[in-house]
Design a protein around this ligand. Structure first.
Ligand SMILES: Nc1ncnc2c1ncn2[C@@H]1O[C@H](COP(=O)(O)OP(=O)(O)OP(=O)(O)O)[C@@H](O)[C@H]1O
Ligand SMILES: [Mg+2]
Length: 232
């Protein structure tokens, strides 16, 4: 966080409805964890304000009117060099799903309380600004006690979907003897294997050496940051 106290979250609000802006100001008054830097009412001016003020989080009304509408602004913010996490405000009649790949890191649906606002902004800020070393991965295991029920298919599709929404994804086949993802992904026979890993301590670099980035037809489904291990 650029300025302010160490754990104060610097928030920029893009909102053209004065009542909503005032509602949010009220929710944020009397607390010290989020500092409202400014309220921008014109979407076309929001990008410049983001670049100048460098907020930690931007709150954008999805129903913002004017030349640059709410969701078009979210798209522009996603393309900035200095990427900033965005929480989108909406109403129940206009449901929006969080989608980091589309620049929507969080969603708040009206009406929301001060607690909702605080926890959403804090959660999005925490997830986005933690350093790589603090970032912990999530492990999703696909398991079934029976063979041939679709474990490989689900694991593969899940990994593709996760990378599509901007998650760095490593797909690991825990079936060391009878794994079939290698065949599914058409990995070259001589590509390194998970079995090449040291058996005592594994360093991050060792792991990189045995990851295989899919160059085949599947690569179109697996964006740049998607990786798959080589023997399953
Ligand atoms: N939802 C589905 N609908 C129809 N066919 C499917 C579905 N999921 C998987 N299959 C097919 O079922 C077969 C077995 O799938 P898969 O290899 O994913 O299962 P598995 O549980 O990994 O098997 P194994 O135990 O042999 O590793 C494959 O031919 C796959 O294309
Ligand atoms: Mg399988």
């Amino acid at each position: 966080m650029a300025n302010g106290t160490a754990d104060e979250i610097r928030l920029l609000l893009v909102e053209d409805v004065p009542q909503v802006a005032q509602y949010i100001r009220n929710l944020l008054s009397g607390q010290s964890s989020i500092k409202l830097l400014d309220v921008v009412t014109d979407g076309t001016k929001a990008v410049r304000q983001v670049e100048q003020l460098r907020p930690d989080v931007v709150l954008v009304d999805s129903l913002l009117q004017g030349r640059l509408k709410g969701m078009a602004l979210v798209d522009q913010l996603r393309r900035l060099d200095h990427v900033v996490p965005v929480v989108v405000l909406t109403v129940p009649q206009n449901p929006i799903e969080p989608s980091p790949g589309r620049g929507i890191h969080g969603v708040l649906s009206m009406p929301f309380s001060g607690f909702d606002l605080n926890s959403k902004v804090s959660a999005v800020n925490g997830e986005f600004h933690q350093s790589d070393s603090e970032r912990t991965g999530r492990i999703v295991a696909v398991f079934a006690p029976k063979g041939g029920v679709g474990k490989t298919t689900i694991a593969f599709n899940f990994a593709v979907a996760a990378s599509h929404i901007g998650q760095r994804t490593v797909l690991i086949d825990g079936s060391l003897q009878f794994g079939d993802l290698r065949a599914l992904l058409k990995v070259a026979v001589d590509a390194p294997s998970i079995l090449d890993l040291p058996t005592d301590r594994i360093q991050e670099q060792d792991l990189r050496d045995v990851l295989w980035r899919d160059p085949s037809g599947v690569a179109s489904c697996l964006p740049r940051r998607a990786w798959s291990s080589t023997r399953w």
